[in-house]
Ligand binder design. Structure first.
Ligand code: 5GP
Length: 121
């Protein structure tokens, strides 16, 4: 897998507002926030998409969720609630090919997230 902008953030080659770090993951604020609170939680291991998650990666993917919840608790938004999203490939809206949880909080969010009618073949 080629390097992405997130590899450079892990290596501190480009700056980010880092919220949390441990051996397995890094969390930082999204540069283009879509909610009052919007941060990303990424594994340090560069896994390109959800389709590339191997059995050996199951623990780290679970870890990303636990850290997301912990940061939400620290920010005081856990009880109000929040949204966790992971986009996959083109139709999922993925633009950075290093898996990441989007964590969005601080306002009520609607569902469904888009209004287009489903097209049938
Ligand atoms: P995706 O579209 O792949 O699901 O999400 C990628 C996210 O990464 C976007 O929300 C985008 O704003 C964020 N992003 C892209 N480049 C940077 C960057 O250089 N720094 C930070 N902090 N976020 C970035």
């Amino acid at each position: 897998m080629s390097d992405t902008i997130f590899t450079k953030i892990i290596a501190r080659e480009i700056p980010a507002d880092i919220l949390f770090e441990d051996e397995q993951c890094l969390a930082f604020s999204d540069i283009n926030p879509q909610a009052p609170v919007h941060f990303l939680v990424i594994p340090k291991k560069p896994i390109a998409t959800i389709n590339d998650i191997a059995e050996e990666d199951e623990a780290v993917v679970g870890h990303l969720h636990r850290i997301a919840a912990q940061i939400c608790a620290d920010k005081g938004v856990a009880e109000q609630g929040y949204r966790v999203v992971m986009n996959c490939n083109e139709y999922g809206g993925q633009t950075v090919y290093h898996i990441h949880l989007h964590v969005l909080a601080g306002k009520p969010m609607g569902w469904p997230p888009y209004q287009e009618k489903l097209k049938t073949a």
